[in-house]
Write a protein that binds this ligand. Structure first.
Ligand code: TEU
Ligand code: CA
Length: 586
């Protein structure tokens, strides 16, 4: 039986950049409450909040200094309770970010653990140096050393992320008890689950030197270890199973096999995972070395995971990844078409879809011009590292520009007023200068907007058993085309996506009306007309939805002619369905 979290669409909020209500330039909880009606109208059922806990913000909240509180920048606990309540009234559930691989170095546990004799010492991973150097040769996710020396106690502590993010010691059972407590605290307040940050690296099996790698030396000692599986099973059994909630794990470097071990329903660990492989298809080894986007590689990865894992957490964007329309689509002449194509992709895959704030209006990568406009700790670390490695300045800048996480962290563009309606003060991070053209207000009333395409796709999905529960059957990939079917019982839908800026003929037997091959010449480059020229026979497949202005639903029997316009995305019904449909014009 399907679970509620399999039927909902999730919307990720990065609170800092969502909506400021008090003019301090930082988004806040009251700002989220202001937009609940609009989110309801869009059709989302779950909001995932990136961390809103107290934090010194070395990594924008992913460095938590108090797991039981709300950062004053975001408001108060009363605001949080009101958000849960107001969302609840609209049948929207809230999940929170659970960051338990590390804390902030300003967390009281860590402050106390600096003392060698404190009972908190063992909450973290403290070790003496070796021959005056760090305890081992591991390297961090943020391109720096992962051991920091502490003068006072004469030892080093481990941090796999920034040095203000010391790793917790998951070999210590007390840490597990503390975390159970934190989870219950929030579940009791009415939240519906957690997005679990880097959850498959909690348990460090050994602290031996790692095999030298270009990035993340040491990985084999902590990646998806049996100790982590055990922790997840305890949290599930002793906490999560007692609530009506779900978890989505952010899991790095998983394979279909290790992912299955973390999230298959039979394993009683996590409910679904964010995996990374599709996001790595446009890079060489690490994200800083970009490689030209290939729709074929991208589609191959998506197909592979769709078939390997029963229930995926599908996403094209989040607070760590560049904007999808700039990356997998075309943020120039085909901006609207390609943003809608990506929407159709996301909403027609099997699994729970996750939309990141601003994605639904086609927000693009940040147009920054210098490092001083960037805040992200990761970008600054990498820029520094690349300088040490004597990378030329132009190359360093290209790397940051293409891959910085700040691309996606700029304030949400609400309207064409000052600061895009995000704040009356000075925004903590610059607003993308395209806000007068790309903003929510102008899209809300426009039936043809990206935002309303998202709304239509969400509605289509929520009313369709095929889209919700159907299996995924790959059809074709290549020449920019990605086509697949969703099948459920007697029903089926075919999804055709053209990732190229050229019109393309789809060669799938039985898909298009006969004898329409010549249309390639007449229709190419003239969007919007292909549907009109098509054979009127309703025995052919008719678009249910298209991101071009086609006649849909077989209302007038305009069969699909096999030609996809640039960045066109179409859902076709099955011929059988149309024949028996009431709208048949026989
Ligand atoms: O990200 C985990 C992670 O693997 C990141 O290194 C991610 O791959 C990177 O940002 C892409 O360059 C999570 C959070 O999503 C991220 O925001 C945090 O900075 C990180 O954990 C540490 O908590
Ligand atoms: Ca504010």
């Amino acid at each position: 039986m399907a679970k509620w979290w399999q039927e909902c669409v999730v919307y990720q909020i990065y609170p800092r950049s969502f909506q400021d209500t008090n003019g301090d330039g930082i988004g806040d909880l009251p700002g989220i409450i202001e937009h609940l009606d609009e989110l309801k109208d869009l059709g989302v059922g779950i909001l995932w909040l990136s961390p809103v806990y107290p934090s010194p913000n070395a990594d924008n909240g992913y460095d938590i200094s108090d797991y039981h509180g709300i950062h004053p920048d975001f408001g108060t606990m009363a605001d949080m309770d009101r958000l849960i309540e107001e969302a609840g009234k609209r049948d929207i559930k809230i999940i929170m970010d659970l960051v338990i691989n590390h804390t902030s170095d300003e967390h009281p546990w860590f402050i106390k653990s600096r003392d060698k004799n404190s009972p908190y010492r063992d909450y973290y991973i403290w070790r003496p140096g070796k021959n005056g150097k760090a305890p081992n040769n591991w390297t961090s996710f943020f391109g720096e050393d992962c051991w920091e020396y502490d003068e006072a106690s004469g030892e080093y502590y481990l941090h796999l992320f920034a040095k203000k993010q010391p790793d917790l010691n998951w070999c210590n059972p007390k840490v597990l008890e503390e975390v159970k407590d934190i989870m219950r605290f929030w579940l009791d307040r009415g939240i519906a689950g957690f997005r679990c940050d880097v959850i498959n690296i909690l348990y460090k099996t050994s602290l031996e030197n790692g095999r030298k790698r270009l990035a993340l030396t040491g990985l084999e000692h902590y990646l998806t270890q049996e100790g982590t599986h055990e922790i997840l099973r305890v949290l599930r059994k002793e906490v999560l199973d007692r609530y009506d909630c779900f978890t989505v794990g952010e899991t790095v470097f998983v394979t279909p096999q290790t992912a299955w071990e973390l999230c298959d329903a039979s394993r009683r660990e996590l409910d679904m995972l964010f995996t990374f492989e599709h996001m790595e298809t446009d890079q060489h080894y690490v994200k800083w070395f970009k490689r030209k986007f290939s729709a074929g590689r991208f589609a191959a990865s998506i197909s592979k995971w769709q078939q390997a894992i029963d229930w995926n957490a599908n996403y094209l964007e989040n607070h760590d990844q560049p904007r999808s329309v700039s990356r997998f689509g075309n943020d120039g002449p085909y901006w609207a078409q390609s943003a809608k194509l990506l929407c159709m992709l996301l909403l027609t895959l099997r699994g729970t879809p996750y939309i990141y704030q601003g994605q639904e209006i086609g927000m693009t990568n940040f147009d920054f011009t210098g490092m001083e406009q960037i805040q992200d700790v990761e970008s600054h670390n990498i820029y520094r590292l690349a300088k040490c490695l004597h990378f030329p300045e132009a190359l360093r800048w290209r790397m940051i520009r293409a891959s910085s996480r700040d691309n996606v962290r700029t304030p949400v563009q609400w309207n064409s007023g000052p600061n895009a309606g995000f704040t009356t003060g000075k925004p903590w991070l610059g607003v993308n200068s395209n806000y007068t053209r790309i903003n929510m207000e102008s899209q809300l009333d426009d039936p043809g907007s990206i935002r309303n395409f998202y709304k239509a796709m969400i509605a289509l999905r929520s009313g369709s058993d095929v889209l919700k529960y159907g299996s995924f059957v790959p059809l074709v990939r290549g020449s920019g085309i990605f086509a697949y079917r969703r099948e459920y019982r007697e029903e089926g839908l075919t999804v055709l996506l053209n990732f190229s800026d050229k019109a393309r003929k789809v060669d799938i037997p039985g898909i298009a009306a006969d004898g329409q091959g010549s249309l390639l010449d007449t229709a190419a480059g003239t969007p919007d007309t292909a549907g009109e020229n098509a054979n009127n026979s309703n025995s052919f497949r008719c678009p249910v939805l298209s991101n071009y202005d086609r006649k849909v639903s077989g209302m007038d029997g305009a069969a699909f002619n096999g030609i996809l316009q640039p960045y066109e995305a179409i859902i076709l019904s099955d011929p059988a369905k149309i024949k028996s449909g009431e709208k048949s014009n026989e």
